[in-house]
Write a protein that binds this ligand. Structure first.
Ligand SMILES: Nc1ncnc2c1ncn2[C@@H]1O[C@H](COP(=O)(O)OP(=O)(O)OP(=O)(O)O)[C@@H](O)[C@H]1O
Ligand SMILES: [Mg+2]
Length: 266
């Protein structure tokens, strides 16, 4: 579903390039719930933002469902070879890609002047969804995330968990194949976290959506994820089935993360 090959990302800074990711390769299969864990600043958000090209990789290759959406290879032996050519989507294809990949963040950036139902309708309006069908689709989505009773509330009139539900409904509006989640529960209490995780689980099971989730919470990985990758200082140092990576951690960084130092700057 998602294939990342030898991805590197440098940010150009005044005092020279800053390396945020180095030679990252990752394979996410359809219907996986794939966790990404690592210390603060390791490069997790940068990696997830590369998947829908919110961030352009410096080097590497990204394929979604077998289709190359980005390629810039460091070593090109034959510039004319199909599988070595530079690839960057045009604006139309990029918009189409973003409809297939929903994204949710730690703090949902909802439109404050719009109600819950208007927030959820927004991506449908942008995508040119038939006007007559928007209302039914919005109801369906509000039902999915169990927020029908707050349809007319504004974001300021919602709890943190409810706001996250709205952002999940919004991310699901265009029936994406992939849902990228950047620490969706780290601002929530444990009960609300469990509810959001249950919701993500249902979405994965019911709609066969592939989920990539960044988290600081090791318990979340154990509960929700089928696979996990550990990022340490720009590189993936461990990846595989959750049982294999976490129950018998081979890397010191994984053991550190499991001891609860996760997310700290140490
Ligand atoms: N736009 C940017 N310009 C320059 N440097 C950046 C930019 N975005 C991220 N970085 C740097 O890249 C590194 C990785 O950042 P990233 O946000 O991916 O970390 P993270 O693993 O998500 O951390 P956290 O757990 O704190 O969210 C950091 O050192 C950060 O300062
Ligand atoms: Mg981050």
């Amino acid at each position: 579903m998602i294939e990342i090959r030898h991805l590197s990302k440098q940010f150009e800074m005044k005092d020279g390039p800053f390396q945020a990711l180095e030679d990252v390769s990752l394979h996410v299969e359809q219907e996986d719930i794939y966790g990404i864990i690592g210390m603060s600043g390791a490069g997790k958000s940068t990696l997830i933002r590369c998947i829908n090209l919110l961030e352009e990789p410096t080097w590497g290759e990204i394929l979604i469902e077998g289709k190359c959406i980005f390629r810039r290879l460091k070593d090109v032996s034959d510039p004319k070879a199909e599988d070595q050519k530079f690839v960057r989507l045009n604006d139309t294809d990029l918009r189409k890609l973003r409809r297939e990949i929903g994204m949710i963040f730690q703090s949902p950036n909802l439109l404050m002047q719009r109600t819950v139902e208007e927030n959820i309708a927004f991506p449908l309006e942008i995508a040119g969804y038939p006007r007559s069908k928007i209302q039914d689709r919005v109801k369906e989505l509000m039902d999915l995330v169990n927020i029908l009773d707050k349809a007319h509330n504004y974001p300021s009139q919602l709890s943190g968990g409810q706001r996250q539900r709205v952002s999940i409904a919004r991310a699901m509006a265009n029936t994406p194949k992939i849902l990228l989640c950047d620490e969706p529960t780290s601002a929530l209490d444990s009960l609300t976290t469990t509810q959001i995780l249950d919701l993500l689980w249902d979405i994965n099971q019911q709609y066969k959506v592939t989920i990539v989730i960044i988290t600081h919470e090791i318990e979340l990985v154990k509960k929700l994820c089928s696979k996990v990758a550990v990022i340490d200082n720009t590189r993936i140092v461990d990846q595989g089935e959750v049982g294999q990576v976490l129950l018998n951690p081979s890397m010191e960084i994984t053991r550190q993360l499991m001891r609860g130092k996760i997310g700290s700057e140490e």
